[in-house]
Design a protein around this ligand. Structure first.
Ligand SMILES: Cc1ncc(C[n+]2csc(CCOP(=O)(O)OP(=O)(O)O)c2C)c(N)n1
Ligand code: SF4
Ligand SMILES: [Mg+2]
Length: 294
């Protein structure tokens, strides 16, 4: 952890909920990026957390943009900077709703055009800012305000959609593993072109667990294989340390589900489907990296 700079770009007293892991993650993202950056934020919890003028919780420039337009905005910004010979880092920090649903078209366009930027999707698996409606990223069986009986559709696999654009770098991360997150952001920013990081962001009010359990929930996501930490640089896949350990010995999925009130209606059949999806995802990765998987 000594490699993480002491400079803070998020000031104290944000308006985030207690235990908000997307804010914790952003703290490490900004430390990795340093001061020469612009953060582009579509409508989401982060646009509230940053504060409103004249009170702001950020001491870097932040550009707030319409829900669907973050990647398009960042694309234009990056092109303008590069044209002037300026290296300023352009980073999008967007929620899952703004990424896998409403911002997908702009995101795909920016990746297709080879925009030099880093797009980070922090995934709290619902539309948090407006009261936890289901998104395409909400997992099967989870209760949201628009799926009061539990979601009946599986989570959309945004990583494979982005992978289809063949970016130079794509990775997953979670605030429960801050050094891994810091190193991935650092690596992404060292490469040219469009980069994507998909961050799991446990959300205490939305997932219905006590605020002090944020790190524990994030770790259980990884230890059960529900969230796999990996990175793909120029096409080559590497499984990150915590998930290599999980591939050898996994914690039962129930340990993760039972900590969260949003899964209180989940059926046995849905649990089995979640388990099958985990097994399939781990087997696919194990096959590609030629690593045994229990
Ligand atoms: C076009 C448009 N539709 C709806 C909204 C209302 N809105 C603002 S933030 C938000 C939820 C965003 O969800 P997500 O992207 O997952 O980020 P989170 O709030 O979870 O951080 C919604 C629906 C809006 N601002 N603009
Ligand atoms: S609703 Fe969730 S993601 Fe949004 S500020 Fe609160 S804890 Fe963070
Ligand atoms: Mg969200």
């Amino acid at each position: 952890m000594t490699e993480i700079p002491k400079e803070e770009y998020i000031l104290k007293c944000t308006s985030a909920c207690a235990g908000c892991s997307s804010t914790l993650s952003l703290r490490y993202v900004l430390k990795a990026a340093g001061p020469d950056m612009v953060l582009v934020v579509p409508a989401c919890c982060t646009s509230v957390i940053q504060g409103t003028y004249p009170r702001t919780a950020m001491n870097i420039p932040v550009y707030n943009i319409a829900f669907a337009a973050a990647a398009a905005c960042a694309s234009g910004m990056s092109a303008a900077y590069r044209k002037k010979g300026v290296k300023t880092r352009v980073i999008v920090y967007a929620g899952d709703g703004g990424t896998v649903d409403i911002g997908l078209q702009a995101l795909s366009g920016a990746f297709e055009r080879g925009t030099d930027f880093l797009y980070i999707c922090y995934d709290n698996e619902a539309y948090g800012n407006t009261g936890m409606q289901r998104s395409g990223s909400t997992p099967l069986g989870a209760i949201t305000t628009t799926t009061p009986g539990g979601k009946v559709h599986p989570k959309k696999d945004i990583d494979r959609i982005i992978e289809a654009h063949n970016p130079p770098y794509i990775a997953t991360a979670c605030s429960a593993y801050p050094l891994d997150l810091f190193q991935k952001v650092t690596k992404a920013l060292s490469l040219e072109g469009p980069k994507f990081i998909h961050l799991l962001a446990p959300c205490p009010p939305g997932w219905r667990f006590p605020a002090e359990k944020t790190v524990e929930v994030g770790k259980l996501a990884v230890k059960t294989g529900s969230w796999i930490l990996w990175e793909r640089e120029h096409g080559t896949l590497q499984v990150s340390g915590p998930s290599r350990a999980a591939m050898k010995k996994r914690v039962p999925l129930d340990e993760y589900l039972k900590m969260q009130g949003r899964f209180r209606n989940i059926t046995e059949q849905q649990k089995q489907e979640l388990q099958r999806n985990i097994d399939r995802a781990l087997a696919r990765i194990a096959c590609e990296v030629k690593q045994p998987c229990s």
